[in-house]
Write a protein that binds this ligand. Structure first.
Ligand code: AMP
Ligand code: ZN
Ligand code: FE
Ligand code: FE
Length: 286
């Protein structure tokens, strides 16, 4: 197994990071600076439903740090959350940008519904506050969680999820379903690749994986903070069987206190980025 530790690692890439353009705590410029400081060779900014953070980072990225266009799309299969990571696509592709706009809008509607539920559960927060915490970025449950902490209803963000916001908890609200097939197609149309994020978060991944492969899934996130060596070996074998590129990253949000999720704690070789580009290229020739 390839070493997965940080440290002067110009040949290593962290391919799963979030900025303040979605629910990360660092601005794109801060994330890029931290990546350079940690000696990483590349990062992908994979904000939820937006490429704004990537576009900002691209303006100021230092040439030694490779910056890969990325995005994370929340999909569902039979009620199970499935996150699809996109890489290497044209960030200005009209149809993809339209899809991201639609999904971001639905995030706002969903947040408003969650806020209503919290109100009726006796732990009110205001939508104004949630929007202020999210700033100009896409709104997500972490912003609502922070509002709940701020209001003194819970002591931590983790608490907010465990008591109210997680799937199955009383303030959980679904969003209109985006199928992985549609996400994959949108990413392919924009000349990118599609990767199944943190498969273990989707308990039924073994059941739906063949269909995703059939739809053109390009890779699987094998290296992830919650995955031990045995899990990585098992997922690696599965990826090999289905001809999937093995990606990885920390899912960095700068939410200190979640161990193993410091930027660059989980990486893959920079060469994985080239493999993804070749795969996208191969498809457009086909
Ligand atoms: P959303 O995009 O609104 O569905 O929120 C999902 C995001 O919430 C994930 O990307 C994580 O960043 C965060 N999240 C999910 N579960 C937890 C948890 N238990 N504690 C802290 N953050 C969480
Ligand atoms: Zn997130
Ligand atoms: Fe995710
Ligand atoms: Fe993520």
């Amino acid at each position: 197994m390839e070493p997965n530790r940080p440290g002067a690692t110009a040949d290593r890439a962290d391919l799963h990071t979030h900025t303040s353009a979605s629910d990360g705590l660092l601005a794109p410029a801060q994330l890029v600076a931290l990546a350079a400081q940690r000696g990483l060779g590349a990062i992908a900014i994979t904000d939820h439903d937006t490429v704004d953070g990537y576009l900002q980072a691209r303006e100021l990225s230092d040439l030694r740090l490779r910056l890969v266009p990325g995005v994370e799309l929340s999909c569902a299969v039979d009620g199970v959350d499935v996150h699809i990571l996109g890489y290497g696509f044209d960030p200005l592709d009209t149809e993809l940008v339209a899809l991201l706009g639609q999904r971001s809008g639905q995030r706002l509607d969903r947040a408003a519904e969650i806020v209503e539920r919290l109100q009726s559960l006796g732990v009110p927060v205001s939508m104004e506050r949630v929007r202020a915490i999210a700033g100009s970025g896409t709104v997500g449950r972490p912003h609502i969680a922070r509002a709940l902490v701020e209001a003194g209803h819970v002591s931590t963000v983790g608490d907010a999820f465990a008591r109210y916001l997680a799937n199955g908890r009383p303030a959980y609200v679904e969003r209109p379903v985006l199928t992985p097939e549609r996400a994959i197609a949108a990413l392919h149309r924009a000349a990118g690749v599609a990767v199944l994020a943190h498969p273990l978060y989707s308990p039924t991944y073994r059941d739906f994986l063949p269909a995703l492969v059939e739809s053109g899934l390009d890779g699987m996130e094998v290296h992830y903070p919650d995955h031990n060596d045995a899990t990585r070996a098992r997922l690696g074998a599965l990826a090999e069987r289905y001809g999937l590129i093995q990606t990885g990253g920390t899912d960095f949000h700068a939410d200190f206190g979640r161990p193993g999720r410091a930027l660059g704690d989980v990486t893959v070789p920079v060469a994985v980025i080239d493999r993804m580009a070749e795969r996208a290229e191969g498809r457009s020739d086909a």
